[in-house]
Design a protein around this ligand. Structure first.
Ligand SMILES: [Zn+2]
Ligand SMILES: [Zn+2]
Length: 300
């Protein structure tokens, strides 16, 4: 199961209700932080996340509302005596940003910071999942991220296993891992006899900031959860386009085209104190829409 914690859900102007957009993505103890605006490290603490579990920070682009908290965040990890290496993955320019912080801000770290610049493709391979990115449409080149698990084995049919004479216990686990077992009487039971068809891995996509773009639709293809730039409502469609953002209904349209299961509207402008307008506009296009709130948790 992938667990997401929304650390911030707002656009460029942080408010008491909405910090700058940032999300923690957690699975099997590993945590990835996506974007790190001002105050993200405090939200991280409020969410009860553990710094020691952090594997990498992913940055969408070098606009302040997505990176202004990064140097402080990295320093706090250092002050917490981190020694494990940390990945920092972002668009071209992120290496220069860190170099400038080391040179002018005295950034000194107790751990190796492995900075990688990317613009598309698979950027991180875990044991049974991968993270890929693509360049979106925002003026500066922002990266959208998608995290996808490998396909999982089908459901284990305990009744079928019992009827084949497999004793409950460790042999169930062997079959669930996709290996055949030999019973005491010499008969061999194959996994296909007790497992349903393979289930696709879970997929989560994060696309801010961006105008509507095919690159975001591709990243969100078949996603169980799609987090998408919804800075404005239909009242400000023209402004959204001019400033390189999407409206809630445009995000919903991308979710439809991607065949996503659920949409989370995020990067909400501070002008929408009551987000029901955005929610209504999105749901008119894609009913499985929700508005992100700070410290909201979601599981997929
Ligand atoms: Zn932004
Ligand atoms: Zn931006």
């Amino acid at each position: 199961m992938i667990r997401l914690v929304v650390l911030g859900s707002g656009a460029s102007l942080p408010t008491l209700q909405r910090h700058n957009t940032s999300v923690a993505v957690q699975r099997d103890g590993d945590v990835f932080l996506i974007d790190c605006g001002e105050g993200t490290q405090l939200q991280w603490r409020r969410a009860g996340l553990r710094f020691s579990k952090l594997r990498a920070v992913l940055i969408s682009h070098l606009h302040g509302d997505h990176i202004n908290g990064l140097v402080g965040f990295l320093q706090t990890l250092s002050l917490s005596d981190r020694t494990a290496p940390l990945g920092l993955l972002g668009p071209p320019g992120v290496r220069d940003y860190i170099r400038a912080a080391r040179q002018h801000l005295g950034l000194r770290l107790s751990y190796a910071l492995n900075v990688e610049e990317h613009s598309e493709g698979v950027i991180y391979e875990g044991s049974d999942y991968r993270i890929e990115c693509a360049t979106l449409d925002h003026g500066v080149a922002p990266l959208g991220y998608s995290r996808e698990e490998d396909a999982r084995p089908g459901r284990f049919d305990t009744e079928a296993a019992a009827s084949l004479g497999v004793p409950a216990g460790p042999l169930f686990g062997v079959l669930q891992r996709g290996e055949a077992v030999t019973l005491d009487d010499g008969r061999v039971v194959e996994p296909a006899q007790v497992l349903g068809s393979p289930r696709p891995g879970k997929r989560v996509a994060y696309c801010v900031d961006t105008r509507p773009t095919e690159a975001a639709v591709r990243l969100a293809e078949g996603a169980d959860l799609f987090l998408c730039d919804s800075t404005f409502g239909d009242d400000l469609t023209e402004e959204a386009g001019r400033r390189g953002h999407s409206t809630a209904s445009q995000a919903a349209d991308m979710a439809v085209r991607a065949g996503a299961q659920r949409l989370l509207l995020i990067h909400i402008s501070a002008r929408y104190h009551d987000p029901r307008q955005l929610l209504g506009e999105a749901r008119a296009v894609f009913p499985q829409s929700q508005v992100a709130e700070d410290l909201m948790e979601l599981s997929v």
